[in-house]
Design a protein around this ligand. Structure first.
Ligand code: ACM
Ligand code: ZN
Length: 691
């Protein structure tokens, strides 16, 4: 990276002559170097278009360049005036671009009064140059003299689309491919299989699509919390679907025409409830109800998975095949006679090693067919397969550990890359899985921060946004969740961190969103963003700041994973954001609810005591059903200030509510007690504000 930058800065020092320093904020992802002059290119006549590519690449580039909107006429040889030339050149001619990094997707574009030249060493590089040209022309309907030298930071810039939880059609997927290509993304990971439905035709196991692809009722929520029934294709009320091989091939070809690779995911051994529903003979011998792990003891499991993968690799030419590997419960394996026999015979000491045994075998099978496996970070448990690439989702630790041992990694930590959380004030957004992940937070992610050792960073291939669809029933909701946050991932994946500037990015993202809206997409309308919970934006000052809090039910203390700032949380002046996972909200799971005493350390005149609670029913967070507030001067004799009853009603959207007392009293000790309702789950409170 350093070498490249040195080279680029030398070259840019030369090129800057004759250009003004003003940089139009036009191209997304932000390019490595762009310099602009004052003059414009004469466009009253068509530009002569020459493309130095053949066959498929010629047609792909020709189609892309015609989408710029620039008036063009094709010519057989590069013209001398009024031209648009796309040239494949030798590395030595474009020392500015990223081949120094081994990523052959860079390009150099010169816009002069004579015409436009885009040079690259590969057709993909030319394609990205054309995308930049399209953005410039689209914004200004003119071309200003300029120079761009550009190349991606990472080779892998991806999105995961989940078509298992709710099926999406070929047409829908292609629309997202269009939008991805425009921001220079190059991998689409299709989550094709999961409990909620199998979504790809497999000839050797036809019940995967005639049965495991259909369910009732249609929303994931009702299905998952109900009976989890699968039904025969074509039966009454059957909801679901699958991609035929023919459709999947069309998607692959369409994506390739935009230099995007489709990575198919076939989940194993967990998340396989639908496989077991269709082929129950692959269950463990003593399998508990509602458990979706394949039996690793049975040879039939390997026969089936390998046969499926053989069909998958015929459809998807991708080097990488995603084999899942996440969240196996591993609960049946310890009891299953056949799994136990396998463990004895193979000398496996734990169920983690049993999973690892399966992943190793699957890797061997795919490697022998020229493919590589990629899997979720759980595949590290029990020993990583020798050539496996890891997709790090539970955080970055798995990714770092894999990279430290020389395995390639795609970073997709849920705190930044799980775009199934709402992106704005939750009350303004459709129902979702909960949390809060605004564009700015996604944009703040850095897969290889300065603090990461170079020996680790060299194995980080890139970054991916994951859009799980449990709560996303409609296509329009899906697009709303995907855009514009996927654009932030595109920019993280492409642009040099030295150009990272959220306000400039946001301006460009708004322009892209507006353009998408005009074209009939349904992105989140960024210009109307409400933003974070106003209370969280600055600390609140009150009488109890820094005062000690004692928790009256030590055995029902706050939950360790939602401790926030521990005993200091409720009097630290910091109010919570829209999500309880922000280390500001404190979570209580015990039967005792919240029961705390604040010691103001001296008798104080008090006029109000209040605390906010949040409710988000999906993950089991509820309002209290009753709040009592007591006060005392001596810590022995308490007076009840208020006793509030609250009817807890299950609803779809998150809500926030204050429970408090207003009046006038003298007290040193305050007891705040919030009772849990009949719904089991969490109480979350951020601050007890005393004034
Ligand atoms: C995952 O979110 N279970 C990969
Ligand atoms: Zn078993």
């Amino acid at each position: 990276m350093k070498t490249k930058h040195l080279l680029l800065s030398l070259i840019s020092a030369v090129l800057v002559v004759g250009y003004s320093s003003a940089q139009p904020n036009t191209i997304t992802p932000a390019p490595l170097i762009s310099q602009w002059g004052e003059q414009t290119v004469e466009l009253s006549k068509p530009l002569s278009l020459y493309i130095a590519a053949e066959g498929e690449d010629f047609s792909r580039l020709d189609a892309a360049v015609r989408q710029t909107g620039i008036n063009l006429k094709s010519v057989k040889r590069p013209a001398r005036r009024n031209y648009l030339n796309l040239l494949i050149v030798d590395k030595s001619e474009v020392a500015t671009i990223a081949d120094a990094e081994g990523i052959a997707e860079g390009y150099v574009m010169d816009i002069t009064t004579e015409g436009v030249t885009i040079k690259a060493t590969t057709p993909a590089g030319l394609y990205y140059g054309v995308q930049s040209l399209r953005q410039i022309y689209h914004k200004h309907h003119a071309l200003t003299v300029g120079h761009i030298s550009d190349a991606p930071r990472f080779e892998y810039r991806g999105v995961l689309i989940d078509i298992s939880r709710h099926f999406r059609t070929k047409e829908f997927i292609m629309r997202q491919i269009d939008a991805m290509a425009e921001v220079k993304m190059n991998r689409l990971h299709l989550h094709l299989t999961d409990a909620a439905g199998w979504r790809i035709e497999v000839d050797s196991y036809p019940r995967l699509t005639s049965y495991a692809a259909w369910r009732t009722p249609h929303t994931w929520k009702e299905w998952w919390y109900g009976e989890r029934r699968y039904v025969e294709e074509g039966s009454e009320g059957a909801y679901g679907g699958y991609l035929t091989k023919e459709e999947a091939r069309e998607i692959v070809e369409y994506a390739a025409s935009k230099y995007i690779t489709i990575i198919p995911e076939i989940e194993m051994p967990g998340h396989s409830d639908e496989v077991l529903a269709a082929y129950p003979e692959l269950r463990c011998t003593q399998q508990p109800e509602r458990q979706g792990d394949l039996c690793i003891g049975k040879e039939e499991t390997f026969e089936m998975m390998q046969a499926i993968l053989d069909e998958i690799i015929e459809i998807f030419p991708s080097e990488y095949i995603h084999i899942g590997g996440d969240e196996a419960t591993k609960s049946s394996w310890a009891e299953c006679e056949e799994c136990q026999r396998r463990m004895r015979e193979e000398g496996l000491e734990s169920v983690d090693e049993l999973q690892s045994y399966m992943i190793h075998r699957i890797e061997e099978h795919l490697n022998a067919r020229g493919r590589q496996i990629i899997g979720w970070d759980e595949i590290l448990e029990g020993g990583l397969a020798p050539n496996a690439t890891v997709m790090s989702w539970r955080g970055e630790e798995g990714g770092r550990a894999a990279a430290a041992t020389g395995h390639k990694v795609v970073m997709s930590p849920h705190g930044y890359c799980y775009i199934d959380a709402p992106q704005d004030a939750p009350y303004s957004q459709p129902e979702s899985i909960g949390g809060y992940l605004p564009l700015e937070k996604v944009y703040s992610y850095d897969p290889t921060p300065e603090s990461m050792e170079a020996s680790v960073a060299q194995y980080i291939m890139g970054v991916q946004a994951n859009l799980w669809a449990e709560f996303i029933v409609t296509d329009s909701h899906y697009e709303h969740m995907l855009w514009p946050r996927a654009i932030a991932i595109a920019e993280i994946g492409w642009s040099d961190p030295k150009h990272k500037d959220y306000s400039l990015f946001r301006e460009r993202a708004i322009a892209i969103v507006d353009d998408m809206l005009e074209r009939g997409y349904t992105p989140f309308d960024l210009k109307n963003e409400i933003g974070n919970r106003p209370e969280s934006l600055s600390p609140v000052s009150h009488l109890a700041i820094g005062k000690p809090v004692s928790y009256l039910y030590p055995s029902f203390y706050y939950a360790p994973q939602y401790a926030a700032a521990g005993d200091k949380t409720l009097t630290d002046g910091l109010r919570g954001t829209w999500t309880y996972a922000d280390n500001r909200w404190q979570g209580f799971l015990g039967r005792g609810g919240v029961d705390v005493i604040i010691d103001l350390e001296e008798v104080t005149h008090i006029e109000s005591i209040e605390a906010d609670f949040m409710q988000i029913c999906g993950p089991g967070v509820f309002m209290p059903c009753r709040v009592e507030i007591w006060a005392s001067e001596d810590g022995e004799n308490y007076t009840l200030l208020t006793d509030i009853d609250h009817e807890v009603v299950v609803d779809e959207l998150p809500s926030f509510k204050s429970f408090g007392w207003h009046g006038s009293t003298e007290a040193r000790y305050i007891r705040y007690k919030a009772h849990r309702s009949k719904y089991s789950g969490f109480l979350f409170v951020d601050e007890i504000i005393v004034k």
